[in-house]
Design a protein around this ligand. Structure first.
Ligand code: NAD
Length: 252
């Protein structure tokens, strides 16, 4: 229960890595503020948190909208007075497609959520953490943020940006008691990967090479949640600006 008395905000909490991490952080004693634009799945995660004896609230928000980000940050501070952990995780995958066929609207959609959403979350949470003089931020990037994945160049660019924000902000806040790290999953069994599989099944664009699962399987979201709880905790007290791969050897 090393996160007892800590307040943790998790975006994309309604599914996959966000849901598993919400349950893990709450299981370690944190009070959780669950953020998702999907009310139904976000509330379902809150129910699961409460069933395992945890505490928290759900706040519906689209992370790409400035006012909605301010609202979830303000609600957290009004309700609990502080933010100790911020898992800045909500994100989407682009449709697999050759570079030249990517529509501008698809570019805007990916950048709004994966880049602007991460930026806005950090911006408003950092204001709170700076006043406290403490905090841990974990941004979800991807293996696609450290090297490309085939036929998703816009997604790759968005995740490289997440790593850029992580390093830039870590440098600014290293001497202010705030640690900022990036989590890079490889392939994880979630709704996101299921949507990619469905695209292929429906005859959508299939790249010539698709990434190998070196361990012969996807990760369980719980295997990512382990790293999230470590980075959130004081056990990671000398880690900031780190780009942490949890990818089953995918990038080897
Ligand atoms: P998921 O689709 O299971 O969950 C994502 C959650 O984010 C959903 O609940 C969704 O409603 C929410 N969300 C999406 N857009 C939002 C918005 N604008 N505002 C608020 N909430 C929003 O996906 P996941 O696999 O758990 O992905 C979580 C993160 O991990 C993403 O940033 C993704 O890019 C990253 N990632 C996933 C994998 C993988 O293999 N699954 C690999 C590398 C990185």
């Amino acid at each position: 229960m090393e996160l007892t008395n800590k307040i943790a905000v998790i975006t994309g909490a309604g599914s996959g890595i966000g849901r598993a991490s919400s349950l893990k952080l709450a299981g370690e004693g944190a009070t959780v503020v669950l953020v998702d634009f999907n009310k139904e799945t976000g509330e379902e995660t809150l129910k699961l948190v409460k069933e395992q004896g945890g505490e928290g609230i759900f706040v519906q928000a689209d992370v790409s909208k400035d006012e909605e980000v301010q609202n979830y940050v303000n609600k957290t501070v009004e309700t609990y007075g502080r933010i100790d952990v911020f898992f800045n995780n909500a994100g989407i995958i682009q449709k697999f497609a050759p570079f030249t066929s990517v529509e501008e609207s698809e570019f805007d959609r990916i950048m709004a959520i994966n880049v602007k959403g991460v930026f806005l979350g950090m911006k408003y949470v950092l204001k709170v953490m700076e006043e406290q003089g403490s905090g841990s931020i974990i941004n979800t990037a991807s293996t696609a943020g450290v090297r490309p994945e085939h036929s998703v160049a816009v997604y790759s660019a968005s995740k490289h940006a997440v790593i850029g924000f992580t390093k830039g902000a870590a440098l600014e806040y290293a001497n202010k008691g705030i640690r900022i790290n990036a989590l890079c999953p490889g392939g994880v069994q979630t709704a996101l990967t299921a949507s990619v599989a469905t695209q292929f099944e429906k005859g959508g664009y299939v790249p010539e090479e698709i990434s190998n699962m070196r361990m012969g399987r996807y990760a369980d979201p719980k295997e990512l949640a382990e790293m999230v709880s470590f980075l959130a905790s004081d056990r990671a007290s000398y880690m900031t600006g780190s780009i942490v791969l949890v990818d089953g050897g995918l990038t080897l």
